[in-house]
Design a protein around this ligand. Structure first.
Ligand code: SER
Length: 583
């Protein structure tokens, strides 16, 4: 059987042979990009480089990126949709373009030396063209020259063959997608049919050559990029000839554990419940165990995590299992910690949070389900019994009923300001258009970080950062509430540095040299061999603030305005959270 490690290794080796530098997976929680809650694709952490910033590792990159997609949570349960997945990606930042990447994709998929998939079961699609961009003739001709029959090359509109931007604005472009026939190998149809579930999409090569701006226009980017994404879970199933991703080594040990705990088999009606539990608890383990680990809560990423854990617990009930989430997390950590060592490092946090959340929900689940049967409102089910609205909706749907979501929202708004839950959406606009405001808050975050070290002690470390249109948020290790005096000192110090109108500069260094500069780096982050360091001051030696960072930043602190802390609170045990604004 081909394992996940075999494929990760082959993929990275293939692209190393083609001159790519392998870069580590970024965190699941995007830093400095308020447009999404989680990293949903490999392109996310690379947005600044797609827009033209120079990447420290060069113009050809390859990686395996951990991703979370929340749009599919309710679809999970079929054989191929997952909340957490790994995306194999290769990148050209203004280097090679369509011809090269299509030929490489074809070689990697079909050559015996690599995946060795059957050419005759391959089909592709290309962008058919519209008012924003022309028909992708180059992609079409390249596939033909590689021996793909025209009947197997579909020309499709933007809805199918265009990727991005990840938020409302940002880098995007036409793509070409590769499909593999997973039906009967003796009955491969002559033509590709977009509607058939047996043509499974396995890889997507995106030609990121446009930037969608705030007006909704597509401007050509200064450089033409390639962003490819291949889902590891699907590819692994396809290579093994399995019709179920859960039978691969990326899931099967979890399913076996569920079978053992429940004394039931992965078959018939129970398949869906077991898949949901396996998927959701794997995703939860990764969110909790991330370098920027998040705890369950009622907003943002924490709310998604809460939904995942609670939905898994509810399906556990169907299998007759209780207090099982930690047992599943143990298996996930065992399976993945060689590739993602942060899981092992954060295992106590993972176990504690899962157990707490599960115990809390266990207390109200039974009662809540009875209340649901009695027709209690979604609002009461949420506030009293902790049922996420999506769960109530799902319960209702199982009985062919609908709930009044609008009413729920209104009641919630009256009850508290819930405008920032996952469903309400985050700040509209991606990194690129958030533009100047975002950069200013990002630079202010660096100033705040250094000011905290000066005032509270050098041992404080960054635990997370997030920027919206209105404010910055900074999490750091510190064991107690800050006094008013300390907060004032930090504010004054930041404002002093703003008044000094210091230049903000970047230098790219070998990792060891960068470490010697004493620049701070986010707790637990992984870095490539070369890193960029942003420093604030006239020279690297004399700079007041130095940080490992991908940018972007404004050029001078003089453009920041007045810095003000609006909140200082506990985020989780040993972690404080500051929210601050620029006025
Ligand atoms: N960004 C594209 C995707 O997510 C290719 O990596 O499919």
């Amino acid at each position: 059987m081909t394992t996940a490690s075999d494929i990760r290794e082959k993929y990275l080796n293939f692209f190393k042979e083609k001159g790519h530098a392998v870069i580590p997976s970024a965190s699941l929680v995007p830093e400095n990009d308020p447009s999404v809650l989680f990293t949903t694709a490999g392109m996310h952490p690379l947005v600044p480089y797609l827009l033209g910033e120079k990447h420290p590792s060069g113009a050809r990159l390859a990686d395996v990126q951990k991703c979370i997609r929340t749009g599919d949570i309710d679809e999970v349960g079929d054989y191929c949709h997952h909340t957490f997945f790994e995306m194999l990606g290769n990148w050209s930042l203004g280097d090679y373009f369509k011809k090269e990447v299509i030929a490489w994709s074809f070689e990697f998929l079909t050559s015996e030396k690599w995946l060795g998939l059957d050419k005759n079961r391959l089909a592709v699609s290309v962008f058919k063209g519209d008012a924003d961009a022309p028909f992708d003739e180059e992609a079409f001709e390249t596939w033909k020259s590689l021996g793909i029959d025209e009947k197997r090359i579909a020309k499709l509109p933007k809805k199918n063959n265009w990727w991005g931007p990840a938020g409302d604005t940002g880098p995007c472009g036409p793509d070409t997608e590769m499909f593999y026939w997973v039906g009967d190998p003796d009955k491969v149809p002559e033509s590709f049919n977009d509607d058939s579930p047996f043509w499974l999409e396995i890889w997507n090569d995106v030609f990121m050559q446009y930037n969608k701006n705030l007006d909704g226009n597509f401007e050509p980017l200064s450089q033409k990029n390639v962003d490819t994404g291949m889902g590891l879970e699907r590819t692994l199933a396809v290579v093994n000839g399995f019709d179920d991703n859960y039978k691969t080594d990326l899931f099967w040990p979890i399913i076996e554990k569920i079978e053992e705990l429940s004394g039931k088999k992965y078959q018939g009606d129970l398949i869906k419940a077991m898949r949901i539990i396996a998927d959701h608890l794997k995703a939860s383990t990764f969110i909790l165990g991330d370098e920027k680990g998040v705890a369950p809560s009622n907003t943002g990423q924490g709310y998604v995590l809460r939904r995942l854990i609670r939905r898994a617990v509810r399906y556990g009930k169907q299998l007759g299992i209780k207090l099982f989430t930690k047992e599943i997390a143990k298996v996930v950590i065992e399976m993945y910690s060689r590739v993602y060592p942060e899981l092992l490092k954060n295992k106590d946090f993972i176990f504690d949070q899962l157990t707490q959340e599960e115990e809390k929900f266990e207390k109200t689940l039974e009662h809540g389900l009875k209340e649901f049967e009695r027709g209690t409102s979604p609002f009461i089910l949420f506030t009293t019994y902790g049922f996420p609205i999506e769960m109530t909706k799902e319960l209702a749907a199982e009985q062919g009923k609908e709930i009044d979501e609008q009413k729920f929202k209104e009641e919630m708004e009256k009850h508290q300001d819930l405008s920032r839950t996952a469903s309400a959406g985050m700040f509209k606009g991606g990194l690129s258009d958030a533009g100047e405001e975002n950069k200013r808050l990002h630079t202010a975050t660096h100033l705040l970080h250094q000011a905290l070290q000066d005032v509270l002690g050098v041992e404080i470390t960054q635990k997370g950062s997030n920027i919206t249109a209105e404010r910055l948020r900074f999490d750091f290790t510190f064991s107690r509430k800050m006094t008013d005096e300390e907060k004032k000192k930090v504010e004054d110090l930041v404002n002093e540095k703003i008044a000094e109108k210091l230049p903000v500069q970047k230098i790219i260094l070998k990792k060891e040299e960068a470490e010697k500069t004493g620049a701070s780096h986010a707790f637990g982050d992984k870095y490539g061999d070369e890193v960029s360091v942003y420093f604030i001051g006239d020279s690297l030696e004399t700079a007041w603030s130095k940080e490992f960072c991908g940018g972007p930043h404004i050029e001078n602190t003089g453009d920041l305005g007045h810095f003000k802390i609006v909140k200082e609170e506990a985020s989780s045990a040993g972690i404080r959270r500051i929210k601050a604004v620029l006025e």
